[in-house]
Design a protein around this ligand. Structure first.
Ligand code: PLP
Length: 468
């Protein structure tokens, strides 16, 4: 038995895959494919590890805020609420989902580089805990909305520390070329602090920064903390203001392929707490409450997507294309930025056990009408056959949340595994979900309502054949 991260086990002889102890083939049979499977225990464990790591480092007042952009469903929001986490939302839609889930509004942090007036108004009405102000337009927009309210609105300012991290690398830049936040080096951040302090309806609680995602090297976090504290010292000198809170964003990396070696949660937290303590002491500043916003490192490894193999195209000496029943529609990451994944294969019902097949180098591709719809460009699998099951690991974050309706493929179901019990937390979309909200050119053009052959055909797709 080979063990992978995220409680995934693979038996190469039988070619069977177990997710949290549950046979992937049974899940595929019960719920269809493509299917996103989340392991509840794994998600809860990561939430607890973040919180416990802060407590162990003596930062008892620290807040862990789950970044909903990684995966935001009603059930996921409820799980985060139960685990005592906050929730970072970036749109009216994520805010709506959180509120529909009954998530405590005071634990919501509202992000975004262009929040609309309507979104800000709804956030204020809901009583969200913090609004992270990203730019001067928004600062003025929010000030106007805050004017008529009783309590001042608690805000953080998003600043750009000039450190950018991606996986194994980071770069230091003087003036950061990014659409997010107020630049420290160029003086925007100081101007923003001064402007907020001049607005009595806004209560400046602290600063926020986020330096990237899928980060493996902790050095850029250290540097970020140092730069932000140096800035806080400058701000105190110029204005007398000191921060009560410092939100250091998310970004911790996860394992997509076996070579990946991200630092663990505990190490990241210890580095942040130590560095912040040291920097506060160096500048004689009060220690602000630390906040972090992990997304990927909470749900990423806890998710697996199951696919069924359909067409196989073998080009002798060139490549073998193994097409599955999903693709860039429910996982655009490989097409968007060349993201890498680990694929495992389980033999389909009644076919040769994977252990008796020869290994074959293949490309796992999707079924969107795009040559770039390649999920795994090159991997070795036991010679795939139609009807086999392919599991793509580490697909809990930024896959379903990025899913599109390209080519009008319905989005897959999401199930949450609680021990051996699977619960559907997002239903598989049906064809009629795809045209909900679409208006015919003329009312009589609603073909499905007509007793004609075209009408009968259209009705056959409600619900679609994949719902049978
Ligand atoms: C402001 C902010 N916070 C948190 C996150 C979550 O990052 P991750 O999922 O890498 O932990 C992101 C991701 O882009 C972000 O932009």
């Amino acid at each position: 038995m080979q063990r992978y991260w995220g409680a995934v086990e693979y038996d190469p002889a039988a070619g069977s895959i177990r997710l949290g102890g549950v046979d992937a083939a049974v899940l595929a049979r019960s719920y269809g494919t493509p299917l996103v499977v989340l392991n509840e225990a794994e998600i809860r464990d990561r939430c607890r590890r973040y919180r416990q790591a802060f407590a162990a480092a003596g930062a008892h007042d620290a807040r862990v805020i789950y970044a909903g952009k990684a995966l935001c469903t009603v059930a996921v929001c409820q799980l985060m609420a139960e685990e005592g986490l906050g929730l970072d939302v970036v749109s009216g839609g994520e805010l709506y989902t959180a509120l529909a889930a009954g998530f405590p509004p005071e634990r919501i942090v509202f992000h975004g580089n262009n929040k609309t007036e309507d979104e800000l108004r709804r956030a204020l009405e809901a009583g969200v805990g913090r609004i992270v102000v990203d730019n001067f337009n928004e600062l003025d927009r929010l000030s106007r909305l805050a004017a008529g309210r009783g309590e001042p609105v608690p805000v953080l300012l998003r600043v750009v520390p000039g450190v950018e991290a991606h996986t194994h690398h980071y770069i230091q830049t003087g003036k950061q070329d990014t659409k997010f936040g107020f630049d420290i080096a160029g003086g925007q951040a100081l101007a923003a602090v001064e402007r907020v302090l001049a607005r009595p309806r806004l209560n400046l609680m602290g600063l926020h920064c986020h330096i990237g995602s899928q980060i493996f090297d902790l050095e850029p976090y250290r540097l970020t903390v140092q730069r932000v504290f140096a800035f806080l010292a400058e701000v105190r000198e110029r204005t007398g203001w000191t921060a009560e809170e410092l939100d250091l964003g998310g970004g911790l990396g996860v394992r997509y392929v076996p070579e990946d070696r991200p630092p663990d949660i505990e190490t990241l937290v210890q580095v942040l707490v130590d560095e912040a303590r040291a920097a506060a002491a160096r500048h004689g500043l009060p220690q602000p409450r630390l906040m972090v916003e992990p997304g990927r490192s909470i749900v990423g490894e806890a998710g697996v997507t199951l696919y069924t193999v359909g067409s196989i195209k073998r080009l002798e000496g060139v490549r073998t294309y193994v097409a599955v029943d999903g693709g860039m529609m429910e996982n655009p990451r490989p097409a968007l930025y060349g993201a890498r994944y680990t694929a495992l294969l389980a033999a389909g019902p009644g076919s040769v056990p994977a252990g008796q097949r020869r290994p074959e180098t293949v490309a796992v591709v999707g079924r969107a009408c795009e040559s770039g719809d390649v999920l795994v460009p090159e991997t070795v699998l036991p010679e795939p056959a139609e009807g086999d099951l392919i599991a793509l690991l580490t697909t809990g974050a930024y896959t379903y949340s990025m899913a599109s309706h390209y080519n009008k493929f319905p989005r897959p179901a999401v199930v949450m595994l609680d021990g051996s019990r699977a619960r559907v937390i997002v239903e598989r979309e049906r064809y009629h979900d795809l045209i909900r909200g679409e208006r015919p050119l003329r009312p009589r053009a609603r073909v499905a309502d007509r007793p004609t052959r075209a009408g009968r055909l259209a009705r056959r797709f409600e619900p679609g054949p994949q719902d049978a």
